[in-house]
Design a protein around this ligand. Structure first.
Ligand code: SF4
Length: 176
């Protein structure tokens, strides 16, 4: 109980810092630095807390912009609809899903993400998102442990983004 309150205060402090940085920083990079520190601290806390959980109790949450923009398949209803053509990382997530027996979902918004987490009841969430969504998502989900990974905006924001499969797999490997 005391620990939860302590960490809640830490998270609140970081969250406020991120909001202040967004408001006053002219340099986007400054905002990024604080967000990165927050995510880094959070990830250490989460891994320590979750080191003994079964790997099949992990859920992976993805942003919709990870899907190739031209792909006509409805992977938002289930990523199992992906044909693994290699044009985006959804196919690689599907492979991880089979290899580690984890759950995976593309969340098109906060409400759907919450619904998915309520249904799957994970012990650990690995969330991939842009900085803004990741910071607010981790803060809102507390005390649920959410390991955060930034997506890569290789084509600009919200369009054909990328992610590191190695980073996700390294988290799953730590639980084995
Ligand atoms: S990997 Fe899957 S989701 Fe991505 S473009 Fe190919 S079929 Fe579509």
């Amino acid at each position: 109980m005391f620990k939860t309150i302590f960490f809640r205060i830490i998270y609140l402090g970081f969250y406020l810092l991120v909001i202040i940085a967004r408001k006053f920083s002219k340099e986007e990079i400054e905002n990024s630095k604080i967000s990165k520190i927050f995510i880094g601290v959070n990830n250490k806390i989460v891994l320590k807390k979750c080191k003994n959980i079964p790997v099949n109790k992990v859920s992976i949450l993805l942003p919709h912009c990870i899907q190739n923009y031209e792909c006509p398949l409805k992977v938002t209803s289930t990523i199992d609809n992906c044909k693994e053509c290699g044009k985006c990382k959804v196919g690689d997530i599907l492979k991880l899903k089979r290899k580690y027996n984890v759950k995976g979902k593309i969340a098109t918004g906060g409400t759907l993400a919450r619904k998915f987490l309520k249904e799957t009841q994970p012990k650990l969430v690995i969330a991939i998102a842009c900085e803004r969504d990741l910071v607010s998502g981790i803060y809102d989900a507390f005390p649920m442990p959410v390991y955060g990974i930034f997506n890569k905006k290789i084509n600009g924001p919200c369009f054909n983004t990328d992610l590191s499969i190695e980073e996700i797999e390294s988290v799953l490997e730590k639980l084995k």
